[in-house]
Structure formats: C-alpha cells, structure tokens
Design a protein around this ligand. Structure first.
Ligand code: SF4
Length: 402
C-alpha cells in the first residue's frame, strides 16, 4: 500500500461515514474465560474447564453457521474474558473459525491478551492466522494498584510479554491503562503513562475505573472502604490529554490515543454506528436495524445454539434510523474529529431538518465555549466540553419528529 498512515486514517474515517449500507461488517468474538476475577470486572467470564471450552467451540460453530456474516469483514475484535487463556491448539481452532469468514484485503484483526497468558507459541499461532493487532491489558505498572485491582501478575511479566509481542512482529500494539484506583495520585498516573511510553506502543487506551455493580470494587465502595471523586477523575483525564499528545500520541477520542496510522478501526466502525455481529455468550450485535445481546451464560448460550429453537438473546431492541443517528452524534462528539450533521443525515437517509433541535443545542455549546463549529453543521467539543461529554450526552436532544 503506498498511502501514508495519515492518509489511511482519513480514508478509513471517510469510508466509515460514507454509508452504512455499503460498508463491510465488523465481527466481535467474546471468549468468556478468566482464571481469576479482577476486582473491577463486570464482563461475563468464568473459570475455564475442558468441558466449558468444548461447549464454547460447539456453540461458536453453531452460531457461525446459523448467523453467517452476509458480506465481507473489515474489522474483527476478539475480547473477553481472556482469549489468551486458550492453549495454542485451541487458539488454532478458534482462528480457523474466524478465518472461515470473508475478510477484506486490508482487514484489522485485534485480540485482547493479558500479560500473564502471553507466550511466543501462542503469538506464533495468532500471527500465522493473520491477527495483526494485539491489545494488552496492562492497567497499571504499580504493584500496589495492581494488587488493589486484583491483577495477579508481577510487573516484570508486562515487560516480558510486550517484548514477545514485538519479537513476533505484530503490526500494531495497544496497551490498556486504568486510572482512578483508590489512593492513586496524579504523580502515580504520570508514572504509569511514562512507563507505558517507554515501551513505545502504537496505541494507548486510558480508562477511568468504574464501580460496576456485582464487582468486588463496588462492594468496597458500598461499604465505604473506597471513594470516587469526579473532580479528581477530570484531572486524570486532562493530564493524559496534555501528556500523551506532547509525546507523539494523537488523541482521537476521549480515552484513545494513537501514533499516526494506528487508530483502532474496529472502534471507529462501532462508534460510527455501523453494523457488526457479536459471537459468544454475552456478545452484543448491531445488525439490520436491531441491537441484541447474547445470553451471558456459556451453557445456556451453547444449548440454545445447539437446539436451534431456543432464544439465544437476553436483550433485543429494534431501532429507528433516527435513533442510530442520535447515537452516531453522541459517540461522534467523544471523538476529537467531531461530527458532521449532513454526513450523518446522509448515512441514515434522513432529512437534515430532523436535526434542527440538535443543531440549536450544539450552537448553544459553541456559545458557552464547550464546542467549536467549522462548516455550517460540523461540530466538535473543545477540551472544556470534552470533560463534560457525559453530561452533554445526557442533555443531547433527540431528532425532531413531525
Ligand atoms: S482479565 Fe479482563 S475479563 Fe478477566 S476478570 Fe480481569 S478484567 Fe475481567
């Protein structure tokens, strides 16, 4: 390919915005196994067993044959759980299933791996099957906060795992970092960011610790043993917004940064409200005007797939184009590039008149210094606005209906 990385990013964004109907599909695979449960985790996962892994593969084979992708695939994301917990033979079996789909020539195929599960043999299998992006869940380099988050690996394991990924020659590597752990100071956060930068990953995702119900962290919060402080969270966000771009990582979304050419295409596809199919227990799908969530239970999901006549979704809703357009604005405003109302209207075959209330709302944000406006209907949030993006999302009006 003779395009520069920058050209490719622009091309991808424009292509994503060019029209939902023509665009290739994204695929998401949920691998629901973890050896231990991190204290902050709200994802569906369970301890692996021989029987459980076999049920998973049987279910996945059935799901892929019952709901095959109807067109070519541009992005694949394999998350969990801990996909890297699968042994090389199982990873090989898994990748063969994914590879049965019709992948576009310049596809992106990401897989999440935990440092403790990474070894050269597994990486060889993944590389051999065409995986081209590794996302490693580091969370923190600080042993005290690792312990507080329930992460069990030693810090050295992060460095070893990262070196193995680089030695294997993957095209793009992301590191996930988490901030806002109880007791974590801005200095601690700077130290985590600095240590991540020393490794020179291609992409960084920085997430604020959330206290989801049914997690050990939530229990500590409800018992008064941990506290959240929204003002402190804003300071952590703003620190990363200044620090990472100053070190060569362009911010392209509230929590995401990339070196040129390494923005995550699967994320862009999803935030642009394009279509994807999710496979595996608890996986979400957005396809043919509906959103669905698979049953978050391995046995029930696998049984449902086998029987063919049992419900395999725990949630399902049909959305109007107006609702998809609203969500495209909501997620688009989280991106530094912002949104273009005419492009979104075109994407969902809607009249621009329907966006009049949203336009007025965004104009008000411009007046308050929370957003800026370039073309007649292109908006992006300023730094001041981005820190309030959750509140802005809550206040964003719906599309006008007549
Ligand atoms: S490794 Fe990920 S999915 Fe597994 S328990 Fe920890 S946070 Fe949850």
């Amino acid at each position: 390919m003779n395009q520069t990385g920058e050209d490719l990013d622009t091309l991808v964004l424009n292509k994503e915005r060019a029209g939902r109907k023509k665009l290739a599909l994204g695929l998401y695979f949920h691998v629901p196994f973890c050896s231990t449960t991190c204290d902050f985790c709200a994802f569906y996962q369970e301890k692996p067993s021989k029987k459980g892994i076999e049920s998973y593969f049987r279910g996945l084979e059935m799901e892929l044959s019952r709901f095959p992708p109807d067109r070519s695939i541009s992005t694949i994301f394999v998350g969990g759980g801990t996909p890297g917990l699968l042994q090389p033979d199982d990873l090989d079996r898994f990748c063969n299933l994914v590879n049965s789909a019709d992948l576009e020539k310049d596809y992106e195929w990401s897989i999440e791996l935990a440092p403790s599960e990474i070894n050269p043999e597994k990486l060889d299998v993944l590389k051999g099957h065409g995986v081209n992006r590794i996302s490693m869940g580091v969370q923190t380099f600080n042993p005290i906060f690792m312990d507080a988050l329930g992460r069990k690996h030693p810090v050295e394991k992060i460095y070893q795992a990262y070196q193995s990924i680089r030695d294997a020659g993957f095209q793009s590597v992301n590191l996930d970092l988490l901030f806002g752990a109880p007791g974590q100071s801005l200095k601690d956060w700077e130290s985590d960011l600095a240590q991540a930068l020393e490794l020179q990953p291609d992409h960084l995702s920085t997430y604020c610790l959330t206290f989801e119900e049914d997690t050990a962290m939530f229990l500590r919060l409800s018992q008064g043993k941990a506290k959240i402080d929204p003002e402190r969270e804003a300071e952590f966000y703003e620190f990363a917004w200044n620090y990472l771009p100053a070190h060569g990582y362009e911010q392209y979304e509230v929590s995401n940064y990339a070196k040129t050419g390494h923005a995550c295409r699967h994320n862009l596809h999803t935030w642009g409200m394009h279509e994807w199919i999710g496979y595996g227990p608890s996986a979400c799908t957005q396809y043919q005007g509906a959103r669905r969530k698979n049953i978050a239970n391995l046995e029930s999901w696998a049984e449902g797939m086998k029987a063919g006549n049992q419900p395999t979704y725990m949630e399902e809703e049909t959305l109007k184009p107006e609702e998809f357009a609203h969500d495209a604005i909501l997620f688009g405003l989280r991106m530094n590039q912002g949104i273009s109302i005419p492009t979104i209207a075109q994407q969902f075959d809607l009249s621009q008149n329907l966006f009049s209330e949203i336009g007025k709302f965004l104009d008000r944000l411009v007046g308050e210094g929370l957003a800026s406006k370039e073309e007649p209907s292109d908006y992006s949030l300023t730094g001041k606005g981005r820190i309030l993006c959750d509140a802005i999302a809550c206040d964003l009006p719906g599309l006008t209906t007549f």
